[in-house]
Ligand binder design. Structure first.
Ligand SMILES: C[S@@+](CC[C@H](N)C(=O)[O-])C[C@H]1O[C@@H](n2cnc3c(N)ncnc32)[C@H](O)[C@@H]1O
Length: 184
């Protein structure tokens, strides 16, 4: 079977296929690049938008808001839906709120400024989509498993669970790699 390595060049190519973004997203892309803030690639944002739209989802859950970039893509995929998103970093949470407002989504986005694992244990209600984008920060496979279980509890039947970097840049198929965060 032929394999395709997703190089930076290929990412650039895919990003160029996405139509020009509005000023809010374009500014956020520049800021993330300049400041080294880890946001999804442009083409991944477009995919999130598309998946939410295809699913007809309204109630969105996200773990790891950063400055709200993926959250804007997710919310724009809904028809007047709502997003609950966790961000433990105070400055990023503030920036995410400001960015959601500037994008006209301030009333639809709730940025919860706390550790997502703690927060999920208190969270009520059901969701149609969950996007997990903080797994690299987890210290052990137990916590990784716990996060997935907690998310599953919040999802309705037929809901969509998405996780960034689940393949660990290909590390999952390298048998020598014994790191818990990869094995799990
Ligand atoms: C990869 S970034 C999220 C990027 C964002 N989803 C986007 O694409 O625009 C991960 C974010 O999760 C936050 N984070 C890491 N561990 C967390 C935790 N346990 N609870 C809440 N937020 C956390 C980090 O501060 C960071 O801003």
């Amino acid at each position: 079977m032929r394999t395709v390595e997703v190089t930076g060049e290929l990412q650039e190519y895919l990003n160029r296929l996405v139509p020009p973004r509005d000023p809010v997203l374009a500014r956020m892309e520049d800021e993330a690049e300049r400041e080294g803030i880890p946001i999804v690639e442009t083409h991944e944002g477009a995919l999130l938008y598309l998946l939410v739209r295809i699913a007809g989802a309204k109630r969105l859950l996200e773990l790891g808001a950063a400055i709200g970039y993926s959250g804007i893509w997710l919310l724009r995929g809904t028809e007047g839906g709502s997003l609950t998103t966790y961000e433990v970093d105070h400055k990023r949470a503030e920036r995410a709120r400001a960015n959601f407002s500037e994008a006209g989504l301030g009333k639809q986005a709730m940025v919860l400024e706390e550790d997502a694992v703690n927060g999920l244990q208190k969270l009520e209600g059901k969701f149609d989509v969950c996007f997990i984008d903080l797994l690299n920060s987890f210290p052990s496979e137990d916590v990784t498993r716990q996060v997935f279980d907690l998310c599953m509890e919040r999802l309705d039947a037929g809901a969509l669970l998405m996780a960034d970097n689940a393949l660990r840049q290909g590390e999952v198929v390298r048998p020598k790699n014994q790191q818990a965060r990869v094995k799990d």
